[in-house]
Write a protein that binds this ligand. Structure first.
Ligand code: APR
Ligand code: PHB
Length: 397
Protein backbone atom coordinates (compact mmCIF):
# COMPACT_ATOMS: atom_id res chain seq x y z
CA UNK A 1 0.00 0.00 0.00
CA UNK A 2 1.45 3.44 -0.82
CA UNK A 3 2.48 5.49 2.19
CA UNK A 4 -0.12 8.20 1.59
CA UNK A 5 -2.89 5.61 1.96
CA UNK A 6 -1.41 4.19 5.15
CA UNK A 7 -1.22 7.68 6.61
CA UNK A 8 1.88 9.24 8.10
CA UNK A 9 4.47 7.07 9.83
CA UNK A 10 5.09 7.69 13.50
CA UNK A 11 8.11 7.20 15.74
CA UNK A 12 9.38 8.52 19.05
CA UNK A 13 12.64 10.05 17.77
CA UNK A 14 13.22 11.04 14.13
CA UNK A 15 16.96 11.03 13.46
CA UNK A 16 18.16 13.10 10.52
CA UNK A 17 21.48 11.78 9.16
CA UNK A 18 22.99 8.31 9.22
CA UNK A 19 26.60 9.20 10.04
CA UNK A 20 28.22 8.07 13.30
CA UNK A 21 26.06 10.42 15.44
CA UNK A 22 22.71 9.33 14.04
CA UNK A 23 23.54 5.63 13.88
CA UNK A 24 24.93 5.52 17.41
CA UNK A 25 21.89 7.34 18.77
CA UNK A 26 19.55 4.93 17.00
CA UNK A 27 21.40 1.95 18.45
CA UNK A 28 21.51 3.26 22.04
CA UNK A 29 17.83 4.21 21.96
CA UNK A 30 16.95 0.79 20.60
CA UNK A 31 18.75 -0.89 23.52
CA UNK A 32 16.56 1.13 25.88
CA UNK A 33 13.37 0.31 24.00
CA UNK A 34 12.98 3.76 22.45
CA UNK A 35 11.81 3.74 18.86
CA UNK A 36 13.53 5.80 16.14
CA UNK A 37 13.75 6.20 12.37
CA UNK A 38 17.00 7.31 10.71
CA UNK A 39 16.69 9.34 7.50
CA UNK A 40 19.92 9.44 5.49
CA UNK A 41 20.30 11.48 2.32
CA UNK A 42 22.92 9.29 0.64
CA UNK A 43 23.14 5.58 -0.21
CA UNK A 44 24.64 3.11 2.22
CA UNK A 45 27.54 2.53 -0.20
CA UNK A 46 28.28 6.24 -0.32
CA UNK A 47 28.18 6.65 3.47
CA UNK A 48 30.48 3.67 3.94
CA UNK A 49 33.03 4.82 1.41
CA UNK A 50 33.72 8.23 2.96
CA UNK A 51 37.23 8.34 4.39
CA UNK A 52 37.39 10.11 7.72
CA UNK A 53 39.68 10.19 10.76
CA UNK A 54 40.05 7.27 13.10
CA UNK A 55 41.20 7.91 16.66
CA UNK A 56 38.77 6.96 19.44
CA UNK A 57 39.05 8.18 23.01
CA UNK A 58 38.58 5.66 25.80
CA UNK A 59 35.16 7.13 26.63
CA UNK A 60 34.09 6.62 23.01
CA UNK A 61 35.38 3.04 23.02
CA UNK A 62 33.45 2.35 26.23
CA UNK A 63 30.28 3.81 24.69
CA UNK A 64 30.62 1.67 21.58
CA UNK A 65 31.09 -1.39 23.79
CA UNK A 66 27.96 -0.58 25.78
CA UNK A 67 26.11 -0.05 22.50
CA UNK A 68 27.10 -3.58 21.48
CA UNK A 69 29.08 -2.54 18.40
CA UNK A 70 32.65 -2.90 19.71
CA UNK A 71 33.56 -6.45 18.70
CA UNK A 72 35.32 -5.79 15.37
CA UNK A 73 36.87 -2.60 16.75
CA UNK A 74 38.57 -4.63 19.50
CA UNK A 75 39.62 -7.35 17.06
CA UNK A 76 41.01 -5.06 14.37
CA UNK A 77 41.62 -1.68 16.03
CA UNK A 78 45.06 -0.69 17.33
CA UNK A 79 45.50 0.50 20.92
CA UNK A 80 48.01 3.32 21.20
CA UNK A 81 49.67 4.34 24.46
CA UNK A 82 51.40 7.40 23.03
CA UNK A 83 52.11 9.61 20.05
CA UNK A 84 54.95 11.87 18.97
CA UNK A 85 55.30 15.49 18.03
CA UNK A 86 58.34 16.12 15.81
CA UNK A 87 59.91 19.54 15.59
CA UNK A 88 63.36 20.48 14.36
CA UNK A 89 63.36 16.93 13.00
CA UNK A 90 63.47 15.31 16.45
CA UNK A 91 60.50 13.42 17.95
CA UNK A 92 59.08 14.16 21.40
CA UNK A 93 56.94 11.26 22.64
CA UNK A 94 53.81 11.96 24.66
CA UNK A 95 53.36 8.84 26.75
CA UNK A 96 49.61 9.00 27.26
CA UNK A 97 49.43 5.91 29.43
CA UNK A 98 51.95 7.04 32.05
CA UNK A 99 50.87 10.70 31.97
CA UNK A 100 47.24 9.81 32.67
CA UNK A 101 45.68 7.12 34.82
CA UNK A 102 46.64 4.49 32.26
CA UNK A 103 44.43 5.78 29.44
CA UNK A 104 45.05 5.07 25.78
CA UNK A 105 43.30 5.67 22.45
CA UNK A 106 42.03 3.24 19.83
CA UNK A 107 42.97 3.71 16.19
CA UNK A 108 40.02 2.43 14.15
CA UNK A 109 38.71 4.10 11.00
CA UNK A 110 35.42 5.95 11.19
CA UNK A 111 34.55 4.22 7.91
CA UNK A 112 34.78 0.83 9.67
CA UNK A 113 32.79 2.03 12.65
CA UNK A 114 30.03 3.31 10.36
CA UNK A 115 29.92 -0.11 8.68
CA UNK A 116 29.66 -1.85 12.07
CA UNK A 117 26.78 0.40 13.12
CA UNK A 118 24.95 -0.06 9.81
CA UNK A 119 25.43 -3.85 9.99
CA UNK A 120 24.02 -3.93 13.52
CA UNK A 121 21.03 -1.70 12.82
CA UNK A 122 20.14 -3.20 9.44
CA UNK A 123 20.78 -6.68 10.87
CA UNK A 124 18.10 -6.26 13.53
CA UNK A 125 15.65 -4.78 11.03
CA UNK A 126 16.07 -1.25 12.39
CA UNK A 127 14.39 1.62 10.66
CA UNK A 128 17.14 3.13 8.55
CA UNK A 129 16.03 4.86 5.34
CA UNK A 130 18.73 5.66 2.77
CA UNK A 131 18.43 8.07 -0.16
CA UNK A 132 15.87 10.25 1.63
CA UNK A 133 15.84 13.43 -0.45
CA UNK A 134 14.77 16.98 0.46
CA UNK A 135 14.38 16.21 4.15
CA UNK A 136 12.52 19.08 5.81
CA UNK A 137 11.86 19.59 9.53
CA UNK A 138 8.49 21.04 10.58
CA UNK A 139 6.91 22.44 13.74
CA UNK A 140 9.97 21.85 15.94
CA UNK A 141 8.47 24.11 18.61
CA UNK A 142 5.18 22.17 18.69
CA UNK A 143 4.31 18.76 17.27
CA UNK A 144 7.31 17.95 15.11
CA UNK A 145 7.25 16.04 11.86
CA UNK A 146 9.62 15.43 8.98
CA UNK A 147 8.84 15.35 5.26
CA UNK A 148 11.11 13.80 2.62
CA UNK A 149 11.02 12.35 -0.86
CA UNK A 150 12.13 8.93 -1.94
CA UNK A 151 11.69 7.24 -5.30
CA UNK A 152 9.52 10.11 -6.44
CA UNK A 153 7.03 9.91 -3.53
CA UNK A 154 6.62 12.24 -0.57
CA UNK A 155 6.68 10.76 2.93
CA UNK A 156 5.84 12.11 6.36
CA UNK A 157 7.09 11.00 9.76
CA UNK A 158 5.46 12.29 12.96
CA UNK A 159 7.56 12.15 16.11
CA UNK A 160 8.04 13.41 19.66
CA UNK A 161 11.58 14.69 19.06
CA UNK A 162 13.98 15.28 16.18
CA UNK A 163 17.71 14.58 16.49
CA UNK A 164 19.61 16.68 13.94
CA UNK A 165 22.61 14.46 13.18
CA UNK A 166 23.03 15.51 9.55
CA UNK A 167 26.51 17.00 9.64
CA UNK A 168 27.78 20.47 8.84
CA UNK A 169 25.87 20.78 5.55
CA UNK A 170 22.61 19.24 6.80
CA UNK A 171 19.13 20.73 7.05
CA UNK A 172 18.68 20.60 10.83
CA UNK A 173 20.81 23.47 12.08
CA UNK A 174 19.19 25.84 9.59
CA UNK A 175 15.78 24.93 11.06
CA UNK A 176 16.66 26.77 14.26
CA UNK A 177 15.54 30.39 13.83
CA UNK A 178 18.46 32.73 13.13
CA UNK A 179 17.31 34.97 15.99
CA UNK A 180 18.09 32.31 18.61
CA UNK A 181 21.10 30.72 16.90
CA UNK A 182 24.61 31.99 17.59
CA UNK A 183 27.47 30.70 15.44
CA UNK A 184 31.19 30.95 16.15
CA UNK A 185 33.62 30.21 13.37
CA UNK A 186 37.28 30.31 12.44
CA UNK A 187 38.42 29.19 9.00
CA UNK A 188 42.12 28.35 8.77
CA UNK A 189 44.17 29.66 5.84
CA UNK A 190 45.27 26.16 4.76
CA UNK A 191 43.99 22.62 4.24
CA UNK A 192 45.19 19.05 4.71
CA UNK A 193 46.10 16.92 1.74
CA UNK A 194 45.47 13.32 2.81
CA UNK A 195 46.72 10.13 1.22
CA UNK A 196 45.79 6.53 1.92
CA UNK A 197 48.14 3.74 0.85
CA UNK A 198 48.48 0.01 1.40
CA UNK A 199 51.91 0.20 2.97
CA UNK A 200 52.95 -0.51 6.56
CA UNK A 201 52.98 2.60 8.79
CA UNK A 202 56.36 4.27 9.41
CA UNK A 203 55.91 3.96 13.19
CA UNK A 204 53.80 2.04 15.70
CA UNK A 205 52.27 5.35 16.84
CA UNK A 206 51.05 8.58 15.25
CA UNK A 207 53.55 11.32 14.44
CA UNK A 208 52.48 14.98 14.28
CA UNK A 209 55.19 17.21 12.82
CA UNK A 210 55.84 20.93 12.96
CA UNK A 211 58.16 21.71 10.03
CA UNK A 212 59.16 25.06 8.56
CA UNK A 213 57.58 23.89 5.26
CA UNK A 214 54.32 23.08 7.03
CA UNK A 215 52.61 20.49 9.20
CA UNK A 216 52.61 16.74 8.46
CA UNK A 217 50.95 13.75 10.12
CA UNK A 218 51.73 10.05 9.88
CA UNK A 219 48.71 7.94 10.86
CA UNK A 220 47.41 4.50 10.02
CA UNK A 221 44.37 2.31 9.59
CA UNK A 222 46.05 -1.05 10.21
CA UNK A 223 49.49 -2.71 10.20
CA UNK A 224 49.34 -2.71 6.40
CA UNK A 225 47.47 0.52 5.61
CA UNK A 226 48.83 4.01 6.22
CA UNK A 227 47.19 7.40 6.28
CA UNK A 228 49.37 10.49 5.84
CA UNK A 229 48.61 14.20 5.64
CA UNK A 230 50.47 17.37 4.73
CA UNK A 231 49.36 20.92 5.28
CA UNK A 232 48.79 22.66 1.92
CA UNK A 233 47.40 25.94 0.59
CA UNK A 234 43.63 25.96 0.16
CA UNK A 235 43.89 26.45 -3.61
CA UNK A 236 46.26 23.49 -4.08
CA UNK A 237 45.44 21.05 -6.90
CA UNK A 238 45.74 17.30 -6.40
CA UNK A 239 47.22 16.96 -9.91
CA UNK A 240 50.23 18.91 -8.63
CA UNK A 241 50.92 16.17 -6.09
CA UNK A 242 51.93 12.99 -7.91
CA UNK A 243 52.69 10.15 -5.48
CA UNK A 244 56.50 10.47 -5.53
CA UNK A 245 56.41 14.21 -4.84
CA UNK A 246 54.05 13.61 -1.92
CA UNK A 247 56.25 10.88 -0.40
CA UNK A 248 59.31 13.15 -0.80
CA UNK A 249 57.51 15.98 0.99
CA UNK A 250 56.33 13.68 3.79
CA UNK A 251 59.89 12.40 4.24
CA UNK A 252 61.18 15.94 4.63
CA UNK A 253 58.45 17.14 6.98
CA UNK A 254 58.24 14.06 9.21
CA UNK A 255 62.00 14.12 9.82
CA UNK A 256 64.84 11.66 9.22
CA UNK A 257 63.75 8.98 11.71
CA UNK A 258 60.29 8.56 10.19
CA UNK A 259 61.63 8.98 6.65
CA UNK A 260 64.04 6.09 7.15
CA UNK A 261 61.13 3.78 8.07
CA UNK A 262 58.59 5.08 5.57
CA UNK A 263 57.39 2.63 2.91
CA UNK A 264 56.19 4.26 -0.28
CA UNK A 265 53.42 2.90 -2.44
CA UNK A 266 50.66 3.93 -4.83
CA UNK A 267 47.98 6.20 -3.36
CA UNK A 268 44.58 4.52 -3.02
CA UNK A 269 42.97 7.89 -2.41
CA UNK A 270 44.05 11.52 -2.20
CA UNK A 271 41.94 14.46 -1.13
CA UNK A 272 42.18 17.97 0.26
CA UNK A 273 40.07 19.07 3.23
CA UNK A 274 39.76 22.58 4.68
CA UNK A 275 40.27 23.22 8.41
CA UNK A 276 37.59 24.93 10.42
CA UNK A 277 36.58 25.58 14.03
CA UNK A 278 32.80 26.04 14.31
CA UNK A 279 30.21 25.92 17.08
CA UNK A 280 26.46 26.63 16.88
CA UNK A 281 24.70 27.48 20.14
CA UNK A 282 22.36 26.38 21.57
CA UNK A 283 22.28 22.72 20.55
CA UNK A 284 18.58 22.49 21.27
CA UNK A 285 15.58 24.44 20.08
CA UNK A 286 12.11 23.27 21.03
CA UNK A 287 11.97 19.56 20.22
CA UNK A 288 15.03 19.61 17.94
CA UNK A 289 18.39 18.51 19.31
CA UNK A 290 21.58 18.96 17.27
CA UNK A 291 24.44 16.49 17.66
CA UNK A 292 27.86 15.94 16.08
CA UNK A 293 29.03 17.86 13.03
CA UNK A 294 25.58 19.45 12.65
CA UNK A 295 26.47 21.60 15.68
CA UNK A 296 30.26 21.82 15.63
CA UNK A 297 33.39 21.24 13.59
CA UNK A 298 36.94 20.95 14.90
CA UNK A 299 40.12 21.10 12.85
CA UNK A 300 41.33 17.48 12.65
CA UNK A 301 44.62 18.03 14.51
CA UNK A 302 43.40 16.52 17.78
CA UNK A 303 41.17 13.88 16.10
CA UNK A 304 38.21 15.06 18.18
CA UNK A 305 35.38 15.16 15.60
CA UNK A 306 34.12 11.63 16.01
CA UNK A 307 34.66 11.70 19.77
CA UNK A 308 32.54 14.81 20.18
CA UNK A 309 29.81 13.15 18.13
CA UNK A 310 29.94 10.26 20.63
CA UNK A 311 29.83 12.49 23.71
CA UNK A 312 26.89 14.49 22.34
CA UNK A 313 25.04 11.22 21.78
CA UNK A 314 25.89 10.12 25.31
CA UNK A 315 24.20 13.19 26.83
CA UNK A 316 21.31 13.20 24.36
CA UNK A 317 20.50 9.50 24.70
CA UNK A 318 20.61 9.83 28.50
CA UNK A 319 18.07 12.68 28.33
CA UNK A 320 15.76 10.90 25.91
CA UNK A 321 15.87 7.57 27.75
CA UNK A 322 15.12 9.24 31.09
CA UNK A 323 12.20 11.04 29.48
CA UNK A 324 10.69 7.84 28.12
CA UNK A 325 11.27 5.96 31.41
CA UNK A 326 9.75 8.50 33.78
CA UNK A 327 8.65 11.60 31.91
CA UNK A 328 11.57 13.52 33.48
CA UNK A 329 12.73 16.38 31.26
CA UNK A 330 15.84 17.40 33.24
CA UNK A 331 18.27 15.53 30.98
CA UNK A 332 16.75 17.07 27.86
CA UNK A 333 16.80 20.54 29.39
CA UNK A 334 20.48 20.26 30.37
CA UNK A 335 21.57 18.61 27.08
CA UNK A 336 22.77 21.71 25.26
CA UNK A 337 24.71 23.07 28.23
CA UNK A 338 26.39 19.77 29.06
CA UNK A 339 27.29 18.95 25.48
CA UNK A 340 28.63 22.46 24.78
CA UNK A 341 30.83 22.44 27.89
CA UNK A 342 32.68 19.41 26.49
CA UNK A 343 32.56 20.69 22.91
CA UNK A 344 34.28 23.96 23.81
CA UNK A 345 37.11 22.19 25.62
CA UNK A 346 37.71 20.00 22.57
CA UNK A 347 37.47 23.08 20.33
CA UNK A 348 40.12 24.73 22.48
CA UNK A 349 42.45 21.74 22.35
CA UNK A 350 42.05 21.25 18.58
CA UNK A 351 42.72 24.95 17.97
CA UNK A 352 45.73 24.85 20.32
CA UNK A 353 47.29 21.78 18.69
CA UNK A 354 46.64 23.26 15.24
CA UNK A 355 48.30 26.52 16.26
CA UNK A 356 51.25 24.69 17.78
CA UNK A 357 52.03 22.55 14.75
CA UNK A 358 51.05 24.44 11.57
CA UNK A 359 52.76 27.10 9.50
CA UNK A 360 50.53 30.16 9.30
CA UNK A 361 51.10 32.00 6.00
CA UNK A 362 51.04 35.48 7.51
CA UNK A 363 52.90 34.67 10.71
CA UNK A 364 55.82 36.90 11.64
CA UNK A 365 59.13 35.08 12.30
CA UNK A 366 58.62 35.58 16.04
CA UNK A 367 55.53 33.36 15.93
CA UNK A 368 57.49 30.33 14.75
CA UNK A 369 60.07 31.01 17.47
CA UNK A 370 57.25 31.04 20.02
CA UNK A 371 55.86 27.73 18.68
CA UNK A 372 59.27 26.13 19.08
CA UNK A 373 59.65 27.61 22.58
CA UNK A 374 56.31 26.11 23.58
CA UNK A 375 57.28 22.71 22.15
CA UNK A 376 60.61 22.92 24.04
CA UNK A 377 58.68 23.73 27.19
CA UNK A 378 56.44 20.70 26.70
CA UNK A 379 59.52 18.52 26.16
CA UNK A 380 60.96 19.67 29.50
CA UNK A 381 57.81 19.77 31.60
CA UNK A 382 55.85 16.70 32.64
CA UNK A 383 53.02 19.03 33.75
CA UNK A 384 52.77 20.43 30.21
CA UNK A 385 52.96 16.93 28.72
CA UNK A 386 50.19 15.81 31.04
CA UNK A 387 47.96 18.67 29.86
CA UNK A 388 48.45 17.54 26.26
CA UNK A 389 47.98 13.85 27.11
CA UNK A 390 44.79 14.26 29.16
CA UNK A 391 43.15 16.23 26.39
CA UNK A 392 44.29 13.84 23.68
CA UNK A 393 42.96 10.74 25.47
CA UNK A 394 39.71 12.63 26.07
CA UNK A 395 38.25 14.57 28.98
CA UNK A 396 35.74 12.76 31.17
CA UNK A 397 32.07 12.88 30.23
N1 APR B 1 19.09 14.84 5.15
C1 APR B 1 19.45 13.61 5.55
N2 APR B 1 20.74 13.27 5.79
C2 APR B 1 21.67 14.20 5.59
C3 APR B 1 21.34 15.51 5.18
C4 APR B 1 19.98 15.83 4.95
N3 APR B 1 19.60 17.04 4.56
N4 APR B 1 22.48 16.23 5.08
C5 APR B 1 23.47 15.41 5.42
N5 APR B 1 23.00 14.18 5.73
C6 APR B 1 23.75 13.00 6.17
C7 APR B 1 25.10 12.85 5.51
O1 APR B 1 25.00 12.18 4.25
C8 APR B 1 25.85 12.03 6.53
O2 APR B 1 25.75 10.65 6.31
O3 APR B 1 24.05 13.14 7.54
C9 APR B 1 25.21 12.39 7.86
C10 APR B 1 26.11 13.22 8.75
O4 APR B 1 27.23 12.46 9.06
P1 APR B 1 28.65 13.11 9.44
O5 APR B 1 28.92 14.27 8.56
O6 APR B 1 29.63 12.01 9.48
O7 APR B 1 28.39 13.72 10.90
P2 APR B 1 28.24 13.00 12.31
O8 APR B 1 27.42 11.76 12.21
O9 APR B 1 27.86 14.06 13.27
O10 APR B 1 29.68 12.48 12.66
C11 APR B 1 30.71 13.33 13.03
O11 APR B 1 31.98 12.73 11.17
O12 APR B 1 32.62 14.42 9.72
C12 APR B 1 33.04 13.53 10.67
O13 APR B 1 34.93 14.48 11.68
C13 APR B 1 33.56 14.26 11.82
O14 APR B 1 34.23 12.39 12.91
C14 APR B 1 33.22 13.36 12.90
C15 APR B 1 31.98 12.72 12.56
C1 PHB C 1 43.64 9.90 10.70
O1 PHB C 1 44.16 8.80 10.89
O2 PHB C 1 42.94 10.12 9.69
C2 PHB C 1 43.86 11.00 11.67
C3 PHB C 1 44.54 10.73 12.84
C4 PHB C 1 44.77 11.74 13.75
C5 PHB C 1 44.32 13.00 13.49
C6 PHB C 1 43.61 13.28 12.33
C7 PHB C 1 43.38 12.27 11.41
O3 PHB C 1 44.58 13.98 14.39
Amino acid sequence: MPDEERGPMRTQVAIIGGGPSGLLLSQILHQAGVDSVVLERRSREHVESRIRAGVLEQVSVDMLDRAGVGARMHAEGLEHDGFSIVYDGVPMRIDMRSLTDGAHVMVYGQTELTRDLNDTIVGRGGNLIFEAEDVALHDIEGRPYVIWRKDGAEHRLDCDFIAGCDGYHGASRASIPAAVRREYEKVYPFGWLGVLADVPPCDEELIYSNHARGFALASMRSQTRSRYYIQCPLDEHLEDWPDEKLWDELAIRLGPQAAARMTRGPALEKSIAPLRSFVAEPMRHGRLFLAGDAAHIVPPTGAKGLNLAASDIHYLSEGLIAYYRSGATGGLDSYSGKALARVWKAERFSWYLTGLTHRFPDAAPIERKLQIAELDYIRCSSAAQRAVAENYVGLPL
